[in-house]
Design a protein around this ligand. Structure first.
Ligand code: FES
Ligand SMILES: [Fe+2]
Length: 457
């Protein structure tokens, strides 16, 4: 349970808010690279942390992310012309480059006295961008605090080894993020209702398309069905939180599902057995009542197959089935196409898709969940630690202490995943057994971010 003031602090990310300032100390995904496929193509509206921005790819392939309003008289640059290395306002032709500098001011004769003075004074707010892992990342914080990009594994790998997408979610970022941290819900929200082997087979095959249950198969579903009260171990590390949840498996063994939360807004899913695909999500506030969920799957050992890509596009695992604007087909407006018959016979919710089940239940907590009325129990340990950490970092920043994680890009080189281990094994040894490191670190070679001009066609 949080006080009203704490809930406000956790959930508000607009300019000047404590959490908003914390987010602005990290690189944040602003869009997918493929949303701006061509140089001098159409500009695009981007709402990010409550700020209305325009993104465009210039003639050299660089991505500009600028204030949506022209500094002349406030016309929207969405209507602007993206031409010759800059965006030109459609109202009176003032033109700006990706850095926000005014490069042409055609409402004054070039040689006129005062032209240069006005041109150099006029400035459009522009945020630095980098393309990395097929995302366009933006830094909305103070220029002298700009860190390196976080070395997340999906972005370090060659493109063939990853699949990235996004989906709109119509609620506050924090409750969506808490859904990724609270791995106890899998025993219910995502569970099939059948318990006989034969009936389970079809349901599981559908639920787990491209998901890790394929190898651990029906066992892991059974362990999750039978043990709805996993025991949590939470370990704080340089980039965030490591969250282990142990359920009873067979013969005294424990089935560990281990997630990672990476600051300020990335979560890695816990179900990956050795050799399988890894999955992650990044919750990016559009404003306080909506967020983009960036969803990514990667495999360090082999490329993602065509069949897997198609299953993810169709909404398998953490990915959603979306329309051309990245809005899930099963969404708030249509009650996620809840089917009560399916709920009786097949799965716990009557909703198709793990991602859609998550969205339905997180959205149902309200546009901004009211954490002053909750009653928390032992399986909420991860959620409690997440809130404590985020609130502490936001308060620290207010008092002048910047978040260290932003300055430690290599601390993001961690994995999440699942393993069955003897019941007596301490968590650190379970981690060593599954990942070769007690915090889940890996030693992938670092690849530098791809410069924008090499990405653009
Ligand atoms: S409002 Fe943009 S040039 Fe006048
Ligand atoms: Fe979930």
């Amino acid at each position: 349970m949080l006080s009203r003031a704490q809930n406000e602090m956790l959930t508000r990310t607009g300019p000047g808010t404590a959490m908003g300032e914390l987010f602005r100390r990290f690189w944040i995904p602003a869009l997918l690279s493929r949303e701006l496929p061509e140089r001098d193509g159409p500009p695009m509206r981007v709402r990010l942390l409550g700020e209305d921005l325009i993104a465009f790819r210039d003639s050299e392939g660089r991505v500009g992310l600028v204030d949506s309003r022209c500094p002349h008289r406030g016309a929207s640059l969405f209507f602007g012309r993206n031409e010759e290395c800059g965006i030109r306002c459609a109202y009176h032709g003032w033109k700006f480059d990706v850095n926000g500098s005014c490069v042409d001011l055609p409402t004054m004769p070039r040689g006129a006295s005062g032209y240069e003075k006005l041109r150099s004074k006029v400035h459009l707010t522009a945020y630095p961008t980098r393309e990395w892992g097929e995302f366009v990342w933006a830094f909305l914080g103070p220029p002298d605090a700009m860190p390196e990009l976080p070395e997340m594994e999906f972005a370090l790998l060659p493109p063939a080894h990853r699949f990235v997408a996004k989906k709109l979610q119509e609620c506050n970022w924090a409750q969506a993020a808490e859904g990724g941290i609270d791995t106890a819900h899998f025993s219910f929200l995502h569970a099939p209702v059948a318990r006989e082997e034969a009936a389970l087979r079809d349901v599981i095959a559908d639920m787990t398309k491209g998901y890790s249950a394929r190898t651990m198969g029906q066992n892991q579903i059974r362990w999750m069905q039978n043990d709805g009260a996993p025991r949590y171990t939470v370990v704080k590390h340089d980039a965030g939180l490591l969250l282990g949840a142990a359920r009873h498996a067979d013969d005294g063994a424990l089935y560990w599902r281990i997630a990672q939360y990476l600051l300020p807004n990335h979560g890695y899913a816990p179900g990956t057995a050795r050799g399988e695909n890894y999955h992650g999500q990044t919750w990016v506030p559009i404003d306080d009542e909506n967020c983009w969920v960036y969803t990514y799957t990667w495999n360090p050992e082999r490329p993602i197959s065509e069949a897997e890509r198609n299953s993810y596009k169709g909404g398998a695992s953490i990915h959603a089935e979306v329309d051309a604007n990245w809005k899930p087909l099963r969404n708030r407006e249509n009650e996620y196409m809840l089917d009560r018959d399916m709920q009786k016979r097949e799965n716990f919710t009557g909703i198709k898709g793990i991602s859609e089940q998550d969205a339905a239940i997180q959205d149902s907590q309200g546009r901004i969940a009211d954490r002053t009325r909750e009653q928390l129990g032992p399986t909420d340990a991860g959620v409690v630690q997440f809130r404590r950490l985020m609130l502490q970092l936001a308060r620290d920043l207010r008092e002048g202490r910047a978040p260290e994680a932003a300055r430690l890009p290599a601390a993001y080189r961690v994995r999440s995943g699942a393993i069955v281990a003897p019941g007596s094994l301490p968590f650190s040894e379970v981690m060593a057994e599954r990942f070769g490191h007690e915090l889940g670190r890996f030693d992938q070679e670092a690849a530098p971010p791809v410069p924008a001009r090499e990405v653009a066609k």
